[in-house]
Design a protein around this ligand. Structure first.
Ligand code: SF4
Length: 385
């Protein structure tokens, strides 16, 4: 059985891979496997998996590639993930993929989907119009129809059906993955010293670089190891990370936050891949079940408007559930949904007397000196007040 450091090392290697490299790695045991790109935040990975494809997260390229072509197609003030995801397509890093799916999270993602579509001939590039009204009489039927449209068009592109039965089986598999992730996050909430934030991030993100049937035993092994390892408690300000739901922070930034005196108890990283609060019922119509889960069982995020469950309340609840003392906002630079919500979140936290600090990031972030100083000052002001 692999040890925790072994598993973390494997996961860190995996999340450093570009999409084509991740697929090549998976093809070592499944030579005919094809990939399908999934841009954050949420996508119905069950349909993609049921089609016999590997869903691969498109989270940009970190420091792995230089932007040679993408900058010419976008304005300057735009998040890194949009530019480097386009560069991945223009640079041939998504060639062995059948296509990719984007969804209605923001204007940037909408433009990106169109640009990718224009520049990826022969691939199936789709854009999901997720519901903006979760409670109208048509919400359920609409969401199911949108998922079915995606299934039908993907099947037409592949030239083979994507059957309900296959989707139901994938649903059960992803239920198990999400259940384990929920349990690991729950464990971390109770024992923040048991898993470093950067390590949990790597383990959670590795699931976007593997087939779920291969990821599941790795995740189970990790959870077993973490639960059975005694760790020494250390002092720190117990925090929740908020705002990293789409573009993901560099791992060095997460290490800096903890090195600066914070203990991360909860976060919203990779939230789209662990969106649901409960298992989805695989009996009956799987697309209807997926649609209901999206409408009723989703965690709050800044890209999903839910009139009856305000996001400010969602954050306040997350802070309470985690037993956290403070919030670290980590929005990607130029991420409009995160920065707009920051105004609302900040006002709510001020009202509730919860301290907070904002630390923006971008892909090509080389040094963390100033962040460390800011976080240390913030943590010390709380620890020694
Ligand atoms: S990082 Fe923000 S602005 Fe950029 S694509 Fe994601 S949600 Fe949109």
């Amino acid at each position: 059985m692999a040890t925790t450091p072994d598993i973390v090392r494997i996961c860190r290697e995996l999340i450093d891979l570009l999409p084509d490299e991740a697929l090549e790695r998976a093809r070592e045991s499944r030579p005919d496997l094809r990939g399908f790109g999934v841009f954050p935040v949420y996508a119905p990975v069950e349909i993609i998996h049921a089609a016999g494809l590997m869903p691969v997260g498109l989270f940009g390229a970190g420091n792995r590639i230089e932007l040679s072509h993408a900058e010419a197609r976008f304005q300057s003030f735009i998040c890194s993930i949009a530019k480097s995801t386009l560069e991945l397509f223009l640079g041939g890093h998504v060639q062995l993929f059948e296509g990719a799916v984007f969804s209605s999270i923001c204007d940037v993602a909408r433009n990106l989907a169109s640009l990718v579509k224009r520049n990826a001939p022969g691939q199936f590039i789709d854009y999901l119009h997720m519901p903006q009204n979760m409670y109208s009489a048509q919400s359920s039927a609409y969401t199911r129809a949108e998922l079915n449209r995606f299934r039908t068009n993907l099947a037409a592109h592949l030239g083979r059906p994507v059957a309900d039965q296959a989707i139901a089986e994938s649903l059960l598999l992803y239920n198990r993955v999400r259940r384990l992730l929920r349990a690991i996050y729950d464990h971390r909430r109770q024992n923040p010293c048991s898993i470093a934030a950067a390590d949990l991030f790597a383990v959670a993100m590795a699931g976007t670089r593997m087939m779920p049937e291969d990821y599941l035993p790795l995740l189970a092994n990790f959870f077993d190891q973490v639960r059975s390892t005694r760790v020494r408690a250390r002092d720190g300000v117990r925090v929740v990370i908020e705002g990293a739901f789409c573009e993901q922070p560099p791992i060095g930034l997460l290490e800096t936050l903890e090195a600066g005196g914070c203990l991360v108890q909860d976060d919203d990283m990779m939230i789209g891949w662990r969106l649901f609060t409960q298992d989805i019922d695989g009996d009956g119509d799987p697309l209807a079940a997926l649609a209901e889960a999206y409408l009723r069982e989703s965690v709050y995020t800044s890209v999903r408007h839910d009139a009856r469950r305000p996001r400010t309340e969602g954050l306040a609840q997350r802070v309470r559930d985690a037993g956290a003392e403070a919030v670290l906002f980590t929005p990607a630079k130029f991420c409009e949904p995160a920065l707009l919500d920051y105004v609302l979140f900040r006002s709510k936290l001020d009202k509730d007397g919860v301290p907070h600090l904002k630390v923006e990031f971008e892909e090509k972030m080389w040094t963390y000196e100033s962040v460390r100083t800011e976080v240390e000052t913030f943590a010390e002001s709380m620890l020694f007040e």
